[in-house]
Design a protein around this ligand. Structure first.
Ligand code: DAL
Ligand code: ZN
Length: 259
């Protein structure tokens, strides 16, 4: 009996510690955002690590694809991030869509990873009465050099650098970029393309097929290029929705500095 009396304070102290631990555990847990997307614990950790407040990345796994691998649908290519010298995608195909040039032209190809979504996008636009034309997709380093050199000869290097990538730094070389035009060629590679039925449809719908308008209006200081409402870049539907929703460039979303 005496022994029990001596132990009672210790039993109460033990119970008290257990209750305090449960309370602390629960309190710390509710400090994190709810796991809405049924993510794995690993993904969840990534989100918490990268969250800085009210930015759009909460609940989005920013590590899903490589930003460096030229075969990745998230590869970021810009003036500071050239492709490996002579890079050629291994999965180029000619999509079954309306082409601006003959099917044997190099530019009429794109990466197989983007094919299905591109074809679905062209079909959906057509069903809504908008005919899209595949203007220019994959371009080798050599073809990009021809283009760039001709622009420099015509407009001077300073001007050309604002709208044409130097060879080795064009997204077209990844096979994941495509310039869209219309059957009439109205506003082909001109800013007024944004007001054509094709431009309006793409601005509102391309993201649902995994394509973004890569060079947004007013973001030249970030992307390095003037507004190009015709230049689409395939990034897959998950990222495209995220970028479209917040009207962000890849550089902004992944916090990559461009000078
Ligand atoms: N017009 C884009 C920037 C390119 O040349 O790749
Ligand atoms: Zn382009």
């Amino acid at each position: 009996m005496n022994i029990m009396k001596q132990k009672t304070p210790f039993i109460f102290a033990g119970l008290f510690l257990v209750l305090i631990s449960i309370f602390i555990f629960r309190y710390v847990n509710v400090q994190y955002p709810p796991n809405e997307n049924n993510q794995t614990a690993d993904n969840f950790e990534v989100d918490v690590r990268e969250s800085t407040g009210d930015e759009p990345k909460v609940g989005f796994d920013t590590t899903l694809h490589s930003l460096e691998d030229p075969n990745s649908i998230w590869v970021i290519v810009n003036k500071q991030r050239p492709l490996p010298a002579g890079f050629v995608p291994s999965d180029l195909i000619v999509p079954s869509v309306k082409l601006r040039l003959g099917p044997n032209e190099e530019q009429m190809q794109l990466s197989r990873g983007a094919q299905q979504d591109l074809e679905n996008m062209f079909t959906a636009a057509q069903q809504e009465g908008v005919v899209l034309v595949f203007g220019s997709g994959y371009r080798s380093e050599a073809l990009q050099a021809q283009f760039y050199d001709s622009y420099v000869a015509r407009d001077g290097q300073l001007a050309a650098d604002r709208y044409s990538a130097r060879p080795g730094t064009s997204e077209h070389q990844t096979g994941l970029a495509v310039d869209i035009t219309s059957p009439s060629g109205e506003c082909h590679l001109e800013v007024c393309f944004e007001n054509t039925p094709q431009g309006v449809w793409l601005a509102g719908n391309a993201y649902t097929y995994g394509f973004i308008i890569r060079y947004l209006d007013g973001k030249e200081d970030i992307t390095g290029y003037q507004y190009e409402p015709w230049h689409l870049r395939y990034v897959g539907t998950e990222l495209a929705k995220e970028l479209h929703k917040n009207q962000l460039t890849m550089e902004e979303f992944f916090e990559i500095t461009v000078n």
